[in-house]
Write a protein that binds this ligand. Structure first.
Ligand code: AGP
Length: 608
């Protein structure tokens, strides 16, 4: 999952491209490159490492070029180095290509092209595209790209420039996101609106199988079969400062502290106090369709999958509808049983995760109604689902998801109340839960005020290399998410486990070097979790407990206690994850890790 950007217009392209790359660096950051049409030739510069390394390598150059393409990479084929970095060219150097995605049949195509005398310089799949376009180029870049793409299998978002055609560029999409930015006398292409939002908020999302020919004054879209497509222009509501750090050291910390606001956004206009239920206008389902749901499948990846587990607990508990949670990457390849009254919920912050998108398409192929729970407006999952709910968390730049997770849980709580009030839930119970949700932002604010205390805790345990996260019931997925946050950004090995499951194996890991973070609020299984904590203490384990304010007993058992406010069990997961986000953040900072761009990861996994 790389980030590509292209510019064509009257201004100098280089600074616009570099800034566009930086805004997409969270998509991939192991190497980068740029290609500019400068004085009648294509100038290419590529370098391993962050975009800053590319900039350094071009220090002092003042390019006049008014058009160019650029790329920031998350390597799939060929290790991250100066040669495998994009852009790639064919043999003549006349055509340059940047690509986000995977060409699955690149080996076969490479053998064919080699037999035709072509010489390959890189280990990448992308170089194939450059050679194919060159093979078919007879003076019309768009036609050459179209013919080349009929040969490739796999996923792509590409941008292509050609020295013989300096006044336009070609972009194409199949499986990887691509957007055209419409400016005044200039145009942009990018993987993500963040790359171009400084210049325009008027965009057109390319659909799968579409190509765009883009010049400074206009652009046209056609399909691979050369059918003209009428562009669907959209206005983006995100502003530039929403994608700035706003004075925080890291996007992740900013996004953690944005949660009181983002949780308000996730429920704005959706709490129906009068009828003690939720109002979700984007579902596109009639009352009786919602009423006839007999089974729900929730599918997602990573943190979104943890939110799905929370959804399972809530919907089964309150709406009494059986729920199955599926890893999207598994769901897409096994033949799921889908019948008419099965609803499939698709959760994805980016709305572009390849496995989740494919799982949705598989469910739709089997006749399921698919509702998306997404953050990125206009993303592929949002556009292709039958309906859904935006979580309105704003741009999430930090690779480790935080505010999207809590807003996903907020939306799942709203869906739960909506479905439950249609079934057995009373007005009083609905009212209680609606009030609890409405109070969440204030509760989260209280927990955020523990930031310094949690940093001190991180300082104390910063050298520990293994952690266990434990929770019971609905706190088990919260433990999973806490462990994932620590793994992702501090590279500490951490495992989340149902607390009772510990004695069936993981308890063997317990010793004075293995802290156990235990979610132990005063809920319905409190006494059970206390017994699990005693099992840990009996083996000299260290306990960091997340407990309810005023719980003195637990302080006798735990080495450290982080107190969170007494809240309704229904909203406990949203409040309970905050200390774990902060703990992971401070551990990573203290261990000098790159918090916003952790190694080997990327924000949106658009390849399989
Ligand atoms: C979470 O911190 C990670 N960035 C990752 O696990 C992420 O949740 C997963 O890739 C799913 O992304 P999505 O929600 O955009 O589909």
């Amino acid at each position: 999952m790389c980030g590509i950007v292209g510019y064509i217009g009257p201004r100098k392209a280089y600074p616009i491209l570099i800034e566009g790359l930086k805004r997409q660096e969270y998509r991939g950051y192991d190497s980068a490159g740029v290609a500019l049409i400068e004085n009648g030739e294509i100038v290419i510069q590529k370098s391993a490492g962050k975009i800053a390394a590319l900039e350094d390598s071009l220090e002092g150059h003042d390019f006049e070029a008014n058009s160019g393409i650029a790329h920031t990479r998350w390597a799939t084929h060929g290790e991250p180095n100066d040669i495998n970095a994009h852009p790639h060219t064919g043999m003549t150097g006349k055509i340059a290509v940047v690509h986000n995605g995977i060409i699955e049949n690149y080996r076969a195509l490479r053998e064919v092209l080699k037999r035709q005398g072509r010489i390959f310089r890189t280990e990448t799949d992308t170089e194939i595209i450059a050679h194919l376009i060159e093979e078919y180029y007879e003076g019309n870049l768009l036609q050459a790209v179209r013919r080349a793409l009929t040969q490739v299998e796999g996923t792509y978002g590409i941008a292509v420039i050609c020295i013989d055609d300096p006044d336009s560029m070609v972009a194409a999409r199949s499986g990887s996101p691509l957007v055209i930015g419409c400016g005044e006398g200039e145009n942009f292409v990018a993987s993500d609106v963040a790359a171009i939002i400084r210049h325009t908020n008027r965009v057109v999302y390319l659909e799968d199988g579409e190509l765009a020919e883009v010049s400074a004054s206009r652009f046209s879209i056609t399909t691979l079969d050369d059918v003209i497509v009428t562009p669907h222009l959209q206005e983006i509501s995100w502003s530039l400062d929403m994608i700035e750090k706003g004075g925080y050291d890291h996007f992740m910390l900013k996004e953690i502290f944005e949660q009181p606001e983002t949780l308000k956004n996730a429920m704005r206009g959706r709490l129906n106090f009068e009828e003690a239920t939720a109002r979700l206008n984007g579902l596109n389902l009639q009352f009786d369709e919602l009423h006839h749901i007999r089974r729900i499948i929730i599918t997602a990846c990573g943190t979104s999958w943890h939110a799905a587990l929370i959804g399972e607990y809530l919907i089964e508990e309150f709406a009494r509808i059986p729920v199955e949670v599926e890893y999207a990457s598994e769901f897409r390849y096994r033949s799921p049983i889908i019948d008419a009254d099965t609803l499939v919920l698709i959760i994805s912050q980016s709305g572009e995760t390849a496995d989740t998108l494919a799982a949705m398409r598989e469910a739709k192929r089997k006749g399921a109604t698919c509702l998306g729970i997404c953050n990125v407006v206009g993303s592929t999952i949002a556009r292709e689902s039958d309906g859904g709910v935006y979580i309105h968390a704003g741009p999430e730049i930090g690779v480790a998801s935080t505010k999207a997770f809590t807003s996903q849980m907020m939306v799942l709580s709203l869906i739960t109340i909506l479905l439950a009030r249609m079934r057995s839930m009373s007005y009083e119970k609905g009212e209680e839960l609606i009030k609890a949700l409405n109070g969440v932002p204030e509760q989260v604010k209280k927990v955020l005020s523990l930031n310094d205390e949690i940093r001190r805790l991180a300082e104390k345990y910063r050298d520990k290399n293994n952690f266990l996260y434990l929770g019971r019931g609905i706190n088990f997925p919260v433990a999973l998410e806490g462990a994932l946050k620590l793994k992702e950004i501090s590279y500490i090995h951490a495992e989340g486990y149902p607390a009772a499951e510990m004695k069936h194996g993981p308890i063997a890991l317990i010793d004075e070097n293995m802290p156990a973070v235990v979610l132990a609020p005063k809920d319905s299984v409190y006494s059970k979790i206390i017994s699990n904590m005693q099992e840990i203490k009996a083996r000299k384990g260290i306990i960091i407990a997340i407990a309810t304010e005023g719980d003195k007993e637990i302080a006798e058992l735990a080495d450290e206690v982080i107190y969170i406010p007494q809240v309704n069990d229904f909203i406990l997961p949203i409040v309970g994850i905050i200390p774990l986000q902060l703990l992971a953040y401070h551990m990573a900072v203290l261990r000098r890790c790159d918090v916003d761009q952790p190694r080997n990861l990327a924000k949106s996994v658009t390849v399989e």
